[in-house]
Ligand binder design. Structure first.
Ligand SMILES: [Zn+2]
Length: 85
C-alpha cells in the first residue's frame, strides 16, 4: 500500500495513518529544545545556516561541497585535528 500523503513510496508507518518515512518525518519528527518542539527539518536547516553550510541562492554544488569540505576538516569529530597538525 502506498503512502497516503505522497502516493509514491510504500507506506511504512501505520499510525496515525499510512505514511512513508519521509512524509511521517515531515509531519511528526521534532526535537525538544528549550521547552519547545521544533520540527526536525527546520532545526537542521538553522543549524547548517549558523555554520555557513546551507546552500545560498543559485550557488553551484561544487561551491557548497568546497565549503563543507573545509568545515569538515576543521571538525574534531571528522579527525580535523590531525589534518591541521
Ligand atoms: Zn509519502
Amino acid at each position: 500500500m502506498k503512502c497516503t500523503d505522497c502516493n509514491k513510496k510504500p507506506g511504512t508507518h501505520l499510525h496515525p495513518f499510512l505514511l512513508c518515512d519521509d512524509c511521517w518525518a515531515e509531519r511528526f519528527s521534532t526535537q525538544y529544545i528549550n521547552g519547545k518542539d521544533i520540527p526536525f527539518k527546520k532545526l537542521f536547516r538553522e543549524n547548517l545556516m549558523k555554520r555557513g553550510l546551507w546552500k545560498e541562492g543559485e550557488e553551484m554544488n561544487d561551491d557548497i561541497k568546497s565549503r563543507c569540505e573545509i568545515e569538515g576538516k576543521k571538525s574534531k569529530w571528522l579527525h580535523g585535528n590531525t589534518v591541521n597538525e
